[in-house]
Write a protein that binds this ligand. Structure first.
Ligand code: PLP
Length: 234
C-alpha cells in the first residue's frame, strides 16, 4: 500500500514533467523555461520526501503553521526551495520571512514592508511575486492589473525583497476565450515589469487543470498539487 503510494507520486511527477515538456514544445518553447513547483499543502512529509527522491526540489505550501512544521522537519533536505502561496496576514509575515525562499502572494505594501524588516540578514533576499486577481473574484486575494506598477516600485525599494514577477490564480469557471484573454493580460504586465526590473523572470501561472493554456500563454512557473500528490481532503 505504502509502496504503491510512493511509486504513484514518482510516476505522476514524471507524467507532469512530460506534460510540461509536451505543452512547451507545442507552444514552441523550451521545457527548461517552465519551472515545476510541487504544491504539497495538506500532504504528509513522507509524500514530500518521495517527491524529493524522484528529483523534485521546489515545493509550495499555503498554510503558514503547517508549512513551518514541515520545513523544520525537513531541514536536513537543505536544497529544497520552499514557496509560500497562501493568503498572508500581517501576524504571520515573520514566519514566512524566516522560513521561505519565495512568497508568491504579495499584494500589499504593508506586508511587503513587514517581510523586508523581518527577513533575517543571514538569508538571501526573499523572492517575491505580486499576486494579481485577474478575474476580479471576491473570493480571491490579489490586486488589479492597474495597481501592479506602484506596488512593484515600492517592493523594488526594499533591500531584503527581490521582485521576481507575478502570480495569478485565474477563475476555473470561464470559457476558453475569456481564460486566454486573462492569461494574455498577465503576460503583458509581466513583460512590462521585465522591461523595468532586471530580476523579473517569473510568470507563475498554471495548475493541474489549466497547464496547457498557461504554458501556451507564456507561464514560466507552474504550481501543481493534485496531479502529483492526488486529491486533497476537503
Ligand atoms: C492548491 C494550489 C495550487 C495547486 O492546485 P492543484 O489544482 O492541486 O494543482 C496551485 N496554486 C495555488 C495558489 C494553490 O493554492
Amino acid at each position: 500500500m505504502v509502496e504503491n503510494l510512493h511509486s504513484n507520486i514518482a510516476d505522476r511527477l514524471e507524467f507532469a514533467r512530460q506534460q510540461i515538456a509536451d505543452f512547451a514544445s507545442l507552444a514552441g518553447r523550451q521545457s527548461s523555461d517552465v519551472k515545476l513547483v510541487a504544491v504539497s499543502k495538506t500532504k504528509p512529509i513522507d509524500a514530500i520526501i518521495t517527491a524529493y527522491h524522484a528529483g523534485q526540489r521546489c515545493f509550495a505550501e499555503n498554510y503558514v503553521q503547517e508549512a513551518v512544521e514541515k520545513i523544520q522537519a525537513l531541514s536536513n533536505y537543505s536544497d529544497i526551495e520552499w514557496h509560500f502561496i497562501g493568503p498572508l496576514q500581517s501576524n504571520k509575515t515573520r514566519l514566512v520571512a524566516e522560513n521561505f525562499a519565495w512568497c508568491q502572494t504579495l499584494d500589499r505594501e504593508k506586508i511587503a514592508k513587514r517581510l523586508d524588516q523581518q527577513r533575517p540578514s543571514n538569508l538571501p533576499p526573499l523572492n517575491v511575486c505580486i499576486q494579481i486577481n485577474i478575474d476580479d473574484e471576491d473570493t480571491k486575494a490579489g490586486i488589479a492589473i492597474d495597481d501592479v506598477l506602484p506596488l512593484a516600485k515600492s517592493i523594488n525599494s526594499l533591500e531584503k525583497l527581490r521582485l521576481r514577477g507575478i502570480m495569478s490564480i485565474p477563475s476555473a469557471n470561464t470559457n476558453l476565450q475569456d481564460q486566454m484573454h486573462s492569461f494574455h493580460k498577465l503576460k503583458q504586465i509581466f513583460e512590462e515589469l521585465r522591461l523595468i526590473y532586471a530580476d523579473v523572470d517569473t510568470l507563475s501561472l498554471g495548475m493541474s487543470n489549466d497547464l496547457e493554456n498557461a504554458i501556451a500563454a507564456g507561464s514560466t512557473m507552474v504550481r501543481i498539487g493534485t496531479a502529483i500528490f492526488g486529491a486533497r481532503n476537503k
